[in-house]
Every structure is written in structure tokens, then in C-alpha cells.
Design a protein around this ligand. Structure first.
Ligand code: RFL
Ligand code: PHB
Length: 390
């Protein structure tokens, strides 16, 4: 097989890149290790920045998102039993976020790709990539027992944190930056009405919790848990009891519980790989960087990488200019590090770090007090939450 851009990974990064390139008349083949159903079964992000929603519209896949997504003008920080509203719209001169699940983003992109009859090789085993340091990159894989070779002009590594693309770069050509947090998030999805119209991020002595949602009838809740916890040890009842114990009294009494549709634990990590380009290989999304979910930035960063990469590839084919490709890594990383900073900061502000010295805990309280009491600090929080300009 031969294509212009070979995309590894059919998560939101790979599918969105494929769709934007298709609209510009550029051929792509996507290879994905999992089945399409498996990709859709992963419950992940829920909050889209305005810029991400605009990119979905530009890609021609925004119709259902606009009809079903929930515009959120603000969210709450709950601290020691008191809720404080962060008015995103007022603090940012009119910007908001959209609650629309990553599962739905992925579904819309999969539907568009299938309708355009574009090639996606699901269940592609043993994907390997070579030759990206020269002019002839090639990928090999096995699909249902058949060995397949794909040659391409470029390879886009959209294969997430555990993918093969970043791992194929020689160790001396890449620098990795990482911070692992001493806790994870236990998430629960349920067909129950959300406890509040807006998201609530709560700090509590028992640990952080987040009340989020997917729609008016579907809720998503998270609890900070030690990394040693196992999801099998969390019955639905234990989850709901623990969540109620961490919420302010008004929210706790409004909580509607029900059977879980999904429960899983995700570790929290900050991670950046530099650079994001190696010859004819370009990394995008979680393949290049991870943020802890507190700032709701992971999927949005993936979308901004894909915006820059699609523009650069379109410029290459249409205008015979490689300026965008040459600047890709630096352009992405400048935005990535700001989102890393924000995600680390909000995580540090809202979680319970009971292993740390008491001095740290006092600083955290003082910082929260400051953020909630200062219009300027609230503005900084809001500006980052809605997404920094591209
Ligand atoms: P993905 O989604 O991991 O997709 C990568 C795809 O590559 C495939 N793959 C391979 N294919 C072929 N060969 C190989 N060797 C392969 N190895 C892997 C995988 O099967 C997969 O299909 O990466 P992508 O596309 O870059 O998208 C990134 C986002 O998924 C991620 O950043 C967000 O989910 C992070 N995130 C959030 N982001 C937000 O912007 N807002 C949020 O509210 C938010 N909440 C979250 C989150 C992530 C979470 N978890 C579970 C990590 C909440 C949670 C709990
Ligand atoms: C979610 O709904 O899954 C979600 C929302 C906001 C976050 C993280 C996750 O910061």
C-alpha cells in the first residue's frame, strides 16, 4: 500500500488529522491496534475548549456536537464544604467550554471516515515504523494474519502514551520530562442526572473529587485514590458513600446515585517528549505529552497539535513550503508547556498531599484562599481553563 500520510492510532488525534487532511485532498491510511468498538468503549475526556469545538466544525464533523453538547459558562471550586463559582464567561470576555464526551467526538469522526470510505486498518498487530529519518518512511503490521507494508511521505504518530512511534525514536534523539503523582483518579459513569448544572472540583481532607457529566441524564464522577487501590475493591455503594463524604452538604444531599456503567482507575502523570518531530515522523497528542486530567487539557492539546500538523502538511502539499513542518515542534511545545504548567498547578491546588510536610498544606490553603479572593487570580484560572489562544 502507498499513501501520503500514514497515521498510527485511531484515537481522537489520528481521526481528526485524517479528517482535516481528507478535506484538503490529502490521502491517509490509519493503522489502529484495537478494534473500533474497543476505541469507543474507553471513557475519557468530557470538556472541549472553544478552539477544539471550532476545529471539529472546520473538519465538517461538528453538527451533532453543536446539537447535543452542553455549553458551560462556569464551574465551581468547592473548598472545605463551601462552593465558589468561577464565572468563565465573565472572567474571559465571553469564552465558554463545551461538555461533549471524547467517546462522542471519536464516534462522529469514525462515522465521517467510514462515510468517505477512507482506509482504517483496525486490529493491526505488531505495527512497526522505519525509514522516517530518510525520505522513505514505511510501516509494517499484521491484520488478521496478513502482513501489510505501507509506504508514505510522512508518518503521524497519534498512538497515545503507550504507542510504538515515540518508542521507535533513538534514545539520543529525544528528551523526556516526567512527573508522576502519588495518586490516581477512580472514575464512575452512570445514567443518573448530574448533581449540578456545572462541574464541581472539590478539595477535601478525604481527597479530591470531581462531579462532571456527559448529558442531562448521564453523570461522570471521580475520586482521588491512592495508587495502591484496585477497582475491584470499589463497589458502587462504596464509591457513592465516599463521594458524598467529600462533597459540601448541599451537593451531597442532591446527589442521585445509580448503578455504574463503567468504573476505572487512571494514574496521574505529567509528561513531555521533546522534540515532537524526527525527520518525517511527527508526534501528536498523548504520544508526545500527558497532563493530569484536573485541567481538562489532554484532548484539547491533542486537537491543537493536530491543527498545527494539518496546516503544516497542507502547506507542504499545496504551497511546496516546509516552513510549517519545520516549526511544528516548537509551535506545539510552547502551548504544551503552558498547559502542563496549568494542569500541574490545578492538580497541586486541589488534591490531598498528606505525605507532604505540613508546611506544603498551609501553602496550598493560602494559595486557594488567594485564588478565590482575587479577581486577577480567578481571571488567570479562567483564561487557562477555557484554553489559551492558538
Ligand atoms: P489516545 O486516545 O490514547 O489514542 C491513541 C490510539 O493509538 C492506538 N495505539 C496503537 N495503534 C497502532 N499500533 C500501536 N502500537 C498502538 N499503540 C496505541 C490506541 O489503541 C489508541 O486508539 O490518544 P490521542 O488520540 O492523542 O488522544 C488523547 C486523549 O485521549 C487524552 O489526552 C484525553 O483523554 C485526556 N483526558 C482529558 N482530556 C481533556 O481534554 N479533557 C478532559 O476532560 C479529560 N479527561 C482524560 C480525562 C483522560 C483520562 N484518562 C483515562 C487517561 C479523564 C481521564 C480519566
Ligand atoms: C470528565 O468529564 O471526564 C472530566 C471533566 C473535567 C476534567 C476531567 C475529566 O477536568
Amino acid at each position: 500500500m502507498r499513501t501520503q500520510v500514514l497515521i498510527v492510532g485511531a484515537g481522537p488525534s489520528g481521526l481528526l488529522l485524517g479528517q482535516l487532511l481528507h478535506r484538503a485532498g490529502i490521502d491517509t491510511v490509519i493503522v489502529e491496534r484495537q478494534s473500533g468498538e474497543h476505541v469507543l468503549s474507553r471513557i475519557r475526556a468530557g470538556v472541549l475548549e472553544q478552539g477544539t469545538a471550532e476545529l471539529m466544525n472546520e473538519a465538517g464533523v461538528g453538527a451533532r456536537m453543536q446539537a447535543e453538547g452542553l455549553v458551560h459558562d462556569g464551574f465551581a471550586l468547592a473548598v472545605d464544604g463551601v462552593r465558589h463559582r468561577i464565572d468563565l464567561r465573565a472572567l474571559t470576555g465571553g469564552r465558554t467550554v463545551l461538555v461533549y464526551g471524547q467517546t462522542e467526538v471519536t464516534r462522529d469522526l469514525m462515522t465521517a471516515r467510514a462515510a468517505a470510505d477512507l482506509p482504517t486498518l483496525y486490529e493491526a498487530a505488531d505495527v512497526c515504523i522505519e525509514g522516517f529519518d530518510g525520505d522513505h518512511p514505511v510501516a509494517r503490521c499484521t491484520v488478521r494474519g496478513e502482513a501489510i507494508e505501507i509506504t508514505a511521505d510522512f508518518i503521524a504518530g497519534c498512538d497515545g502514551f503507550h504507542g510504538v512511534c515515540r518508542a521507535s525514536v533513538p534514545a539520543d534523539a529525544i528528551r523526556l520530562f516526567e512527573k508522576v503523582y502519588p495518586f490516581g483518579w477512580l472514575g464512575l459513569l452512570s445514567d443518573t442526572p448530574p448533581v449540578s448544572d456545572e462541574l464541581i472540583y472539590s478539595r477535601h481532607a478525604r481527597g479530591f473529587s470531581l462531579c462532571s457529566m456527559r448529558s442531562a441524564t448521564r453523570s461522570r464522577y471521580y475520586l482521588q485514590v491512592p495508587l495502591t487501590e484496585r477497582v475491584e475493591d470499589w463497589s458502587d455503594t462504596r464509591f457513592w458513600d465516599e463521594l458524598r463524604a467529600r462533597l459540601d452538604p448541599q451537593t451531597a444531599s442532591a446527589l442521585v446515585t445509580g448503578p455504574s456503567l463503567e468504573k476505572s482507575i487512571a494514574p496521574l502523570r505529567s509528561f513531555v517528549a521533546e522534540p515532537m518531530r524526527f525527520g518525517r515522523l511527527f508526534l501528536a497528542g498523548d504520544a508526545a505529552h500527558i497532563v493530569p486530567p484536573t485541567g481538562a487539557k489532554g484532548l484539547n492539546l491533542a486537537a491543537s497539535d493536530v491543527r498545527y500538523l494539518s496546516q503544516a502538511l497542507i502547506e507542504h502539499y499545496r504551497e511546496r513550503s516546509d516552513a510549517g513542518l519545520d516549526h511544528y515542534s516548537a509551535r506545539c511545545l510552547s502551548r504544551v508547556w503552558k498547559a502542563e504548567r496549568f494542569s500541574w498547578w490545578l492538580t497541586s491546588l486541589m488534591h490531598n498531599f498528606d505525605q507532604e510536610p505540613a508546611f506544603q498544606a498551609r501553602l496550598q490553603s493560602a494559595e486557594l484562599d488567594y485564588v478565590l479572593g482575587s479577581q486577577a487570580a480567578r481571571q488567570v484560572l479562567a483564561e487557562n481553563y477555557v484554553g489559551l489562544p492558538l
